[in-house]
Ligand binder design. Structure first.
Ligand code: FES
Length: 175
């Protein structure tokens, strides 16, 4: 009889063990595709992008802005953003800027045209920041460019600024 009672009412877990409820998952969209994250809700988005999805364009380098992604069209740091805050949100990484047919985004083309890429480590962050800026300010001035949270350790800032202005002027397809 005592054995049957044990089956109905399981013993409490040993002290110090806290049972965790099964996670339902966090649904979000990345570059137009639907994903469900069922791991740790505190995992930074950058880890999910790089280690789970193998989207390695976004980098671990906050001081250069290379960790920027678009969250609902606004540039944010993927390092500081936990997956828990991304339910039903839409994220665009540098891999998602080009058109479905492979055509480059005008800002990407402008970076090529202005030779604004050195080693390339910071470039994804600049592209994301520029897309965000041009949405908010189609014709940014030098003050607006000064506010961007990006840094190029290869010293490409001058060419980057020219590229963003070129994209703003709609001259990305001109040589
Ligand atoms: Fe090398 Fe910017 S191109 S850090």
């Amino acid at each position: 009889m005592a054995l049957a009672q044990d089956l109905i009412t399981p013993a409490a877990p040993a002290s110090g063990i806290v049972p965790e409820k099964v996670r339902d998952g966090i649904d979000l969209e990345i570059n137009g595709e639907h994903y469900r994250h069922t791991g740790d809700p505190q995992m930074p988005l950058l880890w999910f992008l790089r280690d789970v999805l193998r989207l390695t364009g976004t980098k671990y380098a906050g001081e250069t802005g290379a960790d920027l992604v678009l969250l609902n069209d606004k540039a944010v740091s993927a390092i500081t953003l936990p997956m828990a805050k991304l339910a039903d949100k839409s994220v665009t990484t540098v891999e998602g800027l080009a058109a479905n047919d492979g055509g480059l985004h005008p800002v990407q083309q402008a970076f090529i045209d202005e030779d604004a890429i050195g080693c390339g480590y910071c470039t994804p962050g600049w592209l994301i920041a520029a897309v965000d800026l041009l949405k908010r300010k189609p014709h940014p001035g030098d003050d607006d460019l000064d506010q961007l949270p990006n840094l190029c350790r290869c010293g490409c800032q001058t060419r980057v600024r020219r590229a963003i202005k070129r994209a703003a002027a709609g001259k990305a397809d001109q040589v």
